[in-house]
Unconditional design. Structure first.
Lengths: 292, 314, 391
């Protein structure tokens, strides 16, 4: 088991982690700001992939176009969902919204199944990114490097947005205490919608990136949602650095688990999550207020 | 005076309904399955509707009940009574441990941890092929006779389970209308206040959780006998989700709501999926509408409207 | 007056004849929704064709009842009960998913009706009970065919990637013993959860082990994802790939480029040179718009075989039909011929080695496979007694 092999696996874990980072970032800010556990997040990811499929194969545009448009489309869908449905349940116990997003997940998945048929859709790697790069110690597919780069850029972008812009400041404040923010006269409900849209767009982006490496099927969001929940809990719900760190850790954990301890690789993370929930529910970076 | 009349009418209708049901459904077997899930949902209402704990892990108890009953009947002793009891005893232990570890967590964290436990038990069941048959499921569960009663006939099995169902309803009714039940309602409304009065809320929540596990276990054991087979998905999250949907749609906190919700959903699942491929689409839509508007559940709303109409006519 | 009596008499005779009407009812269960739906649908189409082609048995029109089990064993159990009890079917044909098929087999024994198992692979169905007949492929056959041929022609160092569920485990068991029998080396295995999307960690491990052959013991989406990853990491450049099961629809869904050059085994394919194959495949294509999978062909063949046995037996009583089916040899485009062993109710027929063509080789639509070898029935199928027997 040489260094090359471990290196290759670690790099691979980084790619897997990238998806988790994008997804958990979205989930985390939605929970942090709105208090909504978005069970439909996997469905939004899946919508991103199908949007990309529609743009590239039905409308015959190129992948780069899809990369911009699809996440925006999913973001808009998310905002519409928030504005028309989710918003109504802020005044009742949180689990109603959880159940609503759960119902949305069922509905969206079945809807896509009805429109696009249950068979998976083919999605080829964009021609410019086919092939591998010789990194010295191994050949690494160009496309996977691309995924890592796009994720890094997006994360930096989100961070800049949140820390340098006025809306970003409102969002950060609202994540901490949204009653206070609306008491200051800011129309918090519009910000909520925007945040949900951003979270959805991030999920959609992950979906577009995933389309060439994973099968585009209506149920593609289900298992990744489970793992995303683990990431968010481990990283700390509502925490952005937590999502990033958590995503990368879980990506590596799953990949290395496959290498060293195959039978339990996938369940390992759930045990990990249960342990965290029992021992330190706030996760690495979360705030104590939310849960204990 | 009027209230008693309506109550008696309701019970009469219910009695007729249950007696006639197996002859109305496409197969007797479906009627039995409706009752089994009604028992499951009934117990679940106690922990979700009356105590306010949204558990996504109740498939654990249903599954353990089913597997334990099946395994005992096939490998240990062909006594249905013992098999069910062993399953319930095992579940009492498991539910105590799960509750102990989870109860203290609030809101969403409770949900997530029950979800995590469900995944873990599913995984254990999946891997422990020698015991459970793994992914193939556990086959060959017999229907042992109870004295002179031969349960191999679907009709006999239905009425046997109907008797158990009625007993369960009575027990559940007594529980929620007892002082214990009143404390549960109080702590659902405002746990801090209940605690400040001096109630050990954690203990009450744990007991409520264990009671619901008991019902789930019974339902699971009966399911194993009814199907002669325990499939892996009795332990799965989708079974957990099913009972949540049944309870919510039916109307949590009413006891009769989840029963009717369970029966309706089991019925539709079996009947509709033959005609309409995308049955889940409709279920998802109904669910969304239900959560948004008729949050109390379909049946309380229907009965509420009925009552209004009848009262107004007077 | 007499006319009235005659009229009444005729009327009573007719009603008597009509009430004696008890047509042969064929039940069908398979996966009709979800990602594997096209396979189940193709089986249903074929079964329908068979019922229509036969038309009437013992003077009555044959009826068909079909149910969807959604690839769920619990549901399959319920559906089987419904078919046998409510719809009073005399036989059930099909049933994919090994766990589901086992449940249906149990129900068949409980209700004392016949089950023609065509779509599930587990060898636990062989000799399970006297009501169950195993036709079409089984996991032993896939392993023996690919194993013998693969070890001789592709290489002796194998790395397996297995779907972690009942069927995968059964396949692994058979493939490893087939490899051993050929003196090959099993250089590694990975158990992968079903519906895994990213196979790159496993492919990297496989590459590390430097095998000659990568054996993919999975189906559908998992087959597609694992193959995609193998292509991506350049593994396909020096390693050959063998699939336990590969269908035209997988290739259609993912793209021929991904699967080009891969090997698989099957009891039949629409391009094999068996009499009647091209005609039937063309009929199916005209009626349904794509080429039939061997699952569909098996369903057609099994249904006709059953109906013919009923005709021969002169009754649809299970025991009589069982006697007519066992120890019989059947010949059609699918099994040419197929013999049902009385010891374990397994239908033995020969098996084919198939290879996926390169895109340049395509001549017609869905003409994805070419035949590269075949194995006679006695080599491809397990010997009597290797699995359960009925005596």
């Amino acid at each position: 088991m040489g260094v090359q092999f471990i290196g290759a696996q670690l790099f691979n874990g980084l790619m897997l982690g990238s998806f988790y980072v994008l997804l958990s970032l979205g989930l985390s800010i939605i929970f942090g700001m709105l208090g909504v556990v978005n069970f439909a997040h996997g469905a939004l990811y899946m919508l991103g992939a199908y949007a990309a499929y529609t743009i590239c194969y039905v409308c015959s545009q190129n992948f780069w176009f899809a990369l911009i448009v699809a996440p925006l489309a999913v973001g808009v869908i998310g905002m519409i969902a928030e504005w028309t449905l989710i918003k109504r349940l802020y005044s009742v116990p949180h689990f109603y919204n959880l159940l609503l997003t759960f119902g949305l997940m069922l509905f969206v998945e079945e809807g896509i199944r009805a429109i696009f048929t249950p068979i998976g859709k083919p999605f080829d790697t964009p021609p410019a990114l086919v092939g591998s790069v010789d990194l010295g110690f191994m050949f690494f597919p160009k496309y996977r490097i691309f995924i890592i780069l796009v994720t890094a850029v997006s994360v930096v972008g989100i961070w800049l947005f949140l820390s340098k812009t006025k809306i970003g400041a409102i969002i950060r404040a609202g994540t901490d205490d949204n009653e206070m923010v609306s008491a200051l006269g800011i129309d918090i409900s519009k910000v909520f919608t925007l945040v949900f849209g951003i979270g959805a767009a991030l999920a959609g982006l992950a979906g577009v990136l995933a389309a060439p490496v994973q099968n585009v099927t209506p149920e593609m969001g289900n298992s990744i949602l489970n793992e995303t929940f683990v990431v968010v809990i481990i990283g700390g719900m509502g925490s952005i650095p937590g999502s990033i760190l958590g995503g990368l850790i879980i990506g590596e954990l799953i990949t290395l688990g496959v290498v060293f301890w195959p039978p339990v690789a996938n369940t390992l993370i759930f045990v990990f999550m249960a342990v965290i929930l029992l021992v330190r529910p706030r996760g690495f970076f979360g705030r104590a207020r939310f849960f204990e | 005076m009027q209230k008693n009349l309506y109550k008696r009418l309701f019970f009469c209708c219910a009695a007729v309904f249950f007696i006639v049901l197996p002859f109305l459904t496409p197969t007797r077997s479906l009627a039995t399955e409706m009752l089994i899930f009604a028992i499951f949902a009934l117990g679940y209402d106690i922990v979700f509707g009356y105590t306010g704990l949204l558990s996504f892990g109740h498939a654990i108890f249903f599954g353990i009940g089913a597997y334990a009953t099946g395994i005992v009947l096939v490998r240990l002793v062909p006594s249905l009574f013992l098999a069910l009891v062993i399953g319930m005893a095992l579940n009492l232990l498991v539910s105590y441990v799960v509750a102990f570890l989870s109860i203290r967590k609030k809101g969403i964290y409770f949900v997530m941890i029950t979800l995590a436990f469900c995944q873990m038990f599913y995984f254990i069941g999946f891997k422990w092929t020698d015991l459970t048959g793994g992914d193939s499921g556990f086959h060959g569960v017999p229907r042992t006779s109870l004295g002179p009663i031969d349960l191999n006939s679907e009709i006999t099995l239905y009425f046997f389970i109907l008797a158990i169902f009625l007993a369960s309803v009575l027990v559940a009714f007594r529980i929620v209308n007892s002082p214990f039940g009143r404390v549960l309602k109080a702590l659902k409304e405002n746990e801090d206040r209940a605690r400040s009065i001096g109630y050990n809320t954690a203990a009450f929540k744990t007991v409520a959780f264990m009671i619901s596990a008991f019902f789930a276990s019974l339902a699971g054991g009966l399911y194993a006998v009814h199907s002669n087979f325990v499939p892996m998905d009795t332990l799965s999250i989708s079974t957990s989700a099913d009972v949540v949907i049944m309870a919510l749609l039916g109307g949590i906190g009413t006891l009769y709501g989840p029963i009717m919700g369970a029966m309706l959903i089991v019925f539709l699942k079996n009947v509709l999926s033959d005609w309409i491929g995308n049955w889940h689409l409709i279920l998802g839509a109904i669910f969304i509408v239900s959560v948004l508007s008729v949050r109390q559940g379909i049946f309380p709303v229907i009965f509420g409207k009925l009552k209004e109409k009848l009262c107004v006519q007077r | 007056m007499r006319k009235i009596f005659v009229a009444l008499g005729v009327f009573f005779l007719m009603t008597a004849a009509a009430s004696g009407a008890d047509p042969v009812r064929v039940g069908f269960i398979s996966v009709l929704s979800g990602p594997l739906a096209p396979i189940g649908q193709s089986e249903l189409n074929a079964t329908k064709m068979a019922v229509e082609d036969v038309g009437a048995v013992l003077g009555q029109k044959v009826e068909l009842y079909s149910k969807d089990h959604q690839y769920n064993p619990g549901l399959a159990n319920e559906r089987a009960k419904e078919l046998y009890e409510k719809d009073k079917t005399d036989v059930i044909v099909g049933c994919s998913n090994s766990a589901a098929a086992l449940a249906v087999s149990d129900q068949a024994a409980r209700h004392q009706r016949i089950f023609m198992s065509t779509s599930a692979g587990t060898t636990d169905l062989i000799g399970k009970n006297k009501y169950t007949f195993k036709l079409n492929y089984n996991d032993y056959m896939l392993a023996a065919t690919l194993g013998a041929w693969g070890a001789k022609n592709l290489g002796k160092r194998w790395y397996t990637i297995t779907s972690d569920y009942a069927w995968g485990h059964d396949l692994l068991k058979h493939f490893t013993s087939a490899l051993k029998a050929e003196g090959g080396q099993h250089v590694g295995n990975d158990m992968v959860p079903v519906n895994t999307s990213d196979y790159s960690p496993y492919i990297l491990k496989a590459a590390q082990a430097k095998p000659d052959v990568l054996v993919l013991l999975n189906v559908g989406k998992d087959a597609a994802n694992s193959t995609k990853a193998a292509v991506e990491y350049g593994l396909k450049k020096n390693v050959k790939i063998m699939h336990a099961l590969l269908f035209e629809l997988d290739i259609k869904g993912t793209g021929l480029q991904t699967f080009a050059g891969d090997y698989t085994a099957a009891p039949w394919n629409w391009v094999v040179n068996q009499p009647g194959t091209k005609e039937w495949a063309d009929r199916y294509y005209k009626a349904y718009g794509d080429r039939p999978t061997f699952m569909a062909a098996a369903a057609y063949s099994a249904t006709r075989q059953y109906l013919e046995a009923v005709t021969r037996a002169g009754s649809k009583e299970a025991d009589k039909v069982i006697k007519a089916l066992e120890d019989s040899t059947y010949k059609d485009f699918f099994v040419s011929p197929g013999y049902i062993r009385p010891e374990d109710h397994l239908e033995v027929a020969k098996a084919y080695l198939l290879r996926v063509k390169q895109p340049a080789q395509l001549k017609e639509k869905e003409d994805y496979f070419e035949v590269v070898g075949e194995l006679p029935a006695d080599k491809a199928q397990p010997p009597v007694g290797l699995f359960k027997t009925l005596k």
